[in-house]
Design a protein around this ligand. Structure first.
Ligand SMILES: [Zn+2]
Length: 278
């Protein structure tokens, strides 16, 4: 089939999936595991123990969030567990990329997303964002969501409340300056959450978002293995974790080029998280 017909077919699938996805969704939580390494090469702990979580009242909203005035957003509750998946009737998934932006890899990821007209979520570290503000501007221009992943990727469970607040606040400030609005989503490094992280995140207007499927791409398992992990884990509501910084991410870049068109051909709609409006 000629490429233009394929693209047309993908757009039709996308339009159908978007309509289903916007029809209303109830929240759901699943399980998370480990996270990638810090940009500063801090040792990554082993994957966290998998454990069941309680359902939450989290709901995704239709795509009305672009450019919403910040005061219109509902202040998030203080949660005791992060959101781990989306729930909906359609074949909707989310792609998330952590620890960047990195000028060696992030632009190619953005190029691939643009080629397929797909939006993703980037959980950036403040110290990376501060040096790559142009990439945050590009993310804003191209409709991606930017989340807060702390300034220096520390293990929050070892920090004082004051340090955690500083890590979060500095990052939200640089995101607001470069992206144009403050982040509405927070993800703890290594998936290591604690009460202070939930409380401070909510104070700063952010919901905690974890993931459903971990590609473990930071272990550089091979492009094919990353593709398999995404495709084997693909299911409605799944949030996929990958990394666009913190080491050699060329496998992550190549894997996206392979699994993204295949997910779209399977009828998946790749979307970004939306917050309820007051
Ligand atoms: Zn991370």
């Amino acid at each position: 089939m000629p490429k233009d017909q394929l693209l047309t077919r993908r757009r039709a699938l996308l339009a159908g999936a978007a309509a289903v996805g916007a029809a209303g969704t109830a929240g759901a939580l699943a399980v998370g595991s480990g996270d990638g390494p810090a940009p500063a090469a801090a040792p990554a702990p082993g994957p966290a123990a998998r454990r069941p979580l309680e359902p939450s009242a989290y709901r995704l909203q239709p795509l009305t969030g672009y450019g919403a005035p910040r005061e219109a957003l509902r202040r998030p509750p203080v949660r005791s567990e992060p959101i781990l998946r989306m729930s909906g009737r359609g074949r909707v998934m989310m792609l998330t990329f952590d620890d960047g932006p990195d000028p060696r890899y992030t632009p190619e990821i953005l190029d691939t997303l643009a080629e397929y007209d797909v939006r993703a979520t980037f959980f950036v570290c403040g110290e990376m964002a501060d040096h790559n503000r142009d990439l945050l501007s590009r993310m804003a221009d191209e409709g991606h969501v930017v989340g807060n992943h702390t300034w220096s990727h520390p293990l929050l469970t070892r920090l004082t409340r004051r340090r955690i607040r500083s890590e979060m606040e500095r990052t939200s400030e640089v995101v607001e300056r470069a992206y144009g609005e403050p982040p509405r989503w927070f993800r703890a490094p290594y998936g290591a959450w604690n009460r202070a992280a939930f409380q401070l995140g909510a104070e700063l207007g952010m919901e905690p978002l974890a993931w459903t499927v971990d590609t473990l791409d930071w272990t550089t398992p091979g492009t094919g293995t990353i593709v398999e992990r995404v495709e084997d884990g693909a299911a409605p509501g799944v949030v996929v974790l990958s990394h666009d910084a913190g080491g050699d991410r060329s496998q992550t870049v190549r894997a996206l080029r392979r699994y993204l068109p295949e997910l779209l051909d399977s009828g998946y709609h790749l979307t970004v998280p939306r917050r309820r409006l007051v």
